[in-house]
Design a protein around this ligand. Structure first.
Ligand SMILES: [Zn+2]
Length: 412
């Protein structure tokens, strides 16, 4: 039994979320705070200021990952890390990632209020470019930290304007010198669910045991360009038509697997020359598919591959397939899942176990440290949308679980 149950300060947490919601405000209620942009810098600066006034030492690594450390009584022990991200999608909401970082900060502030020390330090982390909205792939900060990606490849990644991560970090002054990669005792991440399960079930806490298996594919569809009027239909090799067949077929596969939790999505299209009056020579397409069950995931992959081949034939084009991001095959650490469950029981918090349908920094960190995640509800699961919404009263139970679990682990 936790001798002394700790509770976060809900009003302070909400105030911090509201302050964050002013930086990069988009379409009145949402946020556009792309990784390593001026808005991202402004939010990072505010986070650093908050962390320092809470007595933390702040370090930044070469990728701009920020580590705010509240020291423990035994500095020789690796810290308990709590992290998420402060960047957003292009039409993003106010809570995706942000809630997790600010709950981490709230953990530190609550411990300060109570004058409590922990044996291990507690570190609050803001990971660089979780969203992948400006630089692809997503989650590159945590992936490089966990050595899933190389530092060099991440620094050389460019946005659509050709600006490298390295240059963007220099421009906002967040190319730090802290080591990229080091030991954590454990990693905990709180995040809004981004799916409607908790909201619909009226449950406020999800304990995440792992992710959906997820695979992205980058397709390059090659045809020929030609005149929109003159070229006989039978002669056309319109890459955009090939893309259209792929998009429709991939969506149908998602619908066919929807009953047992399959998902497919076409997310991005680039067409060349992308002009009226001429048809497309080349189209680049990103698709992804996800399933909770590994065998069903394999079956989906086979259907997606077959659909791509059929689309190529029907449109008389060639389609090259390259694998993009993938994650979700690992489960989180049983010891951390157990810690969250035990702590939830001690706090009297009803919870459900679940798998995450979205990608998170926690997947990369799970390859290097015992990791688990807490989900909190968001209205109807709406996310990556300016209308993303949470209720404070339904977010506080997850924040209290994070607080008490982190402290228990840090005092172990
Ligand atoms: Zn997120």
């Amino acid at each position: 039994m936790v001798a002394n149950v700790l509770e976060v300060n809900p009003e302070r947490l909400w105030d911090s979320l509201e302050r964050s919601a002013e930086i990069g405000r988009f379409r009145d209620v949402g946020l556009r705070r792309l990784a390593l942009s001026a808005e991202d810098k402004q939010m990072r600066d505010l986070f650093v200021e908050w962390a320092k006034s809470a007595g933390c030492t702040v370090e930044v690594d070469r990728l701009g990952n920020i580590f705010a450390r509240r020291p423990g009584t035994d500095p020789s022990l690796p810290p308990v890390a709590i992290g998420s991200h402060l960047d957003t999608q292009i039409c993003g909401g106010r809570y995706d990632g942000i809630l997790g970082v600010l709950c981490g900060l709230e953990v530190v502030r609550t411990l300060n209020d109570r004058g409590l020390q922990t044996k291990r330090g507690i570190e609050v982390i803001c990971w660089t470019n979780e969203e992948g909205a400006r630089f692809n792939p997503p989650m590159m900060g945590s992936m490089a930290f966990a050595k899933v990606l190389t530092l060099e490849s991440v620094l050389a990644t460019t946005d659509d304007a050709g600006i490298t991560v390295e240059k963007a970090l220099d421009e906002i002054g967040y190319a730090g010198s802290a080591p990229v990669g080091r030991e954590f005792d454990a990693y905990l991440e709180l995040h809004i669910e981004q799916a409607p399960v908790l909201d619909r079930e009226g449950c406020d806490v999800g304990i995440v045991v792992g992710g959906y298996k997820t695979q992205a594919l980058r397709l390059t569809i090659n045809g020929d360009t030609g005149h929109a009027g003159g070229t006989p239909m039978a002669q056309r090799r319109n890459a955009l038509v090939g893309a259209g067949y792929v998009i429709a077929a991939v969506n149908d596969i998602g619908l066919a697997y929807a009953a047992d939790e399959g998902r497919t999505t076409t997310t991005r299209i680039e067409s060349f020359p992308n002009l009226a009056g001429t048809y497309a020579e080349q189209v680049k397409l990103t698709i992804d598919f996800r399933h909770i069950d590994a065998d069903r995931f394999k079956a989906m992959r086979a259907e997606v591959d077959a659909a791509i081949a059929a689309a190529a034939k029907k449109a008389n084009v060639e389609i090259e397939v390259a694998e993009g991001w993938s994650w979700g095959s690992e489960l989180f650490a049983p010891e951390c899942i157990e810690l969250l469950k035990t702590t939830a029981k001690e706090l009297g918090l009803p919870y459900r176990e679940m798998r995450s349908q979205a990608g998170h920094d926690a997947y990369a960190v799970a390859t290097m440290a015992p990791t688990a995640m807490i989900f909190t509800p968001c209205f109807e699961g709406i996310s990556h949308n300016v209308n993303e919404a949470i209720e404070l009263t339904r977010s506080v139970p997850g924040a209290n679980l994070l607080l008490n679990a982190a402290v228990a682990r840090a005092n172990r």
